[in-house]
Write a protein that binds this ligand. Structure first.
Ligand code: SAH
Length: 254
């Protein structure tokens, strides 16, 4: 039997967000790999081996799963959200590039999922209705100076910006510094959305402005969206304000 590796996106929360394609890929796998809390979200099936690992061992986890698939097994690797967005699909591709020839011959499939940015945007209205970008604020895998350069470029380019990995106990100051940096380019009233644990029971959406954003609590389960100069807020009685970026942007003046 020839093996295969499927990298499956679970979406942001519970199994309402699992696509039919992802469900099928998970059900047919003989062995599952992934970060423990993500594996816990996968419906149990008898006879399927589960191999949880910590969240800092992406390369090793990819190697073990690739070696298992190369031995002839049907292996699935799970990721929260979409596996291609700051997640396992790139780690798997990296190991395939650097690893033995047999890994390049494997049947590799990547099954997309709903990424956190889209789930948070949908809860808030349509903040990504016009040009946007996504930046991971984690400086574990890239230097902080590069993040600052990208913040300047994104804000001066007029993009809405989604921040993944905004803060953690090991990285407590980066989010505040990012807001301060954006404050050099954007109005203090620029809308900022905090979406926490979207798609789960403890989901919370907060809409604030750039000048107050640093006071708003955030953690590793939070995704932050900072509006562009075009992003608008519509207040509604008894409901979270609607945040959207209009489809049309005014012509650039000469
Ligand atoms: N592959 C994932 C992202 C991994 S990076 C995806 O496509 O969504 C991890 C970051 O994603 C977190 O720090 C947080 O910023 C964001 N995130 C993941 N799940 C989330 C959720 N349910 N609600 C809000 N943000 C989430």
């Amino acid at each position: 039997m020839s093996g295969c590796l499927t990298v499956v996106g679970l979406g942001p929360g519970d199994d309402r967000f699992l696509t039919p394609e992802a469900r099928k890929a998970l059900a047919s796998a003989q062995a599952l790999y992934g970060y423990g809390p993500y594996l816990d979200r996968v419906p149990l099936r008898d006879g399927q081996a589960r191999n949880p690992s910590g969240n800092r061992v992406e390369g090793t986890r990819a190697q073990v799963a690739l070696a298992h698939a190369a031995s002839g097994a049907h292996v699935a690797m799970v990721s929260g959200g979409d596996p291609g967005v700051f997640a396992m699909a790139a780690a798997v591709c990296g190991e395939i590039e650097d690893g033995p020839e047999a890994w390049r011959a494997l049947d590799l499939r990547i099954v997309p999922g709903i990424t956190a940015m889209l789930a948070v945007a949908a809860k808030a209205g349509a903040p990504l209705g016009h040009d946007f970008c996504a930046i991971s604020l984690s400086d574990n895998l890239k230097p902080w100076e590069l993040i600052e350069r990208r913040l300047d470029a994104a804000a001066s380019g007029g993009f809405v910006i989604a921040f993944y990995n905004p803060i953690s106990t090991a990285r407590p100051w980066q989010l505040g510094q990012a807001f301060a940096r954006l404050g050099h380019h954007l109005s203090p009233t620029t809308p900022v959305i905090f979406g926490r644990a979207v798609g789960r029971d403890d989901e919370a959406i907060t809409v604030t402005t750039l000048d107050k954003a640093a006071e708003t609590p955030a953690d590793m389960a939070t995704l932050v969206i900072v509006g562009s100069p075009e992003t608008r807020v519509v207040t509604r009685n008894g409901q979270t304000p609607l945040v959207y970026s209009p489809r049309m942007t005014a012509p650039v003046s000469a």
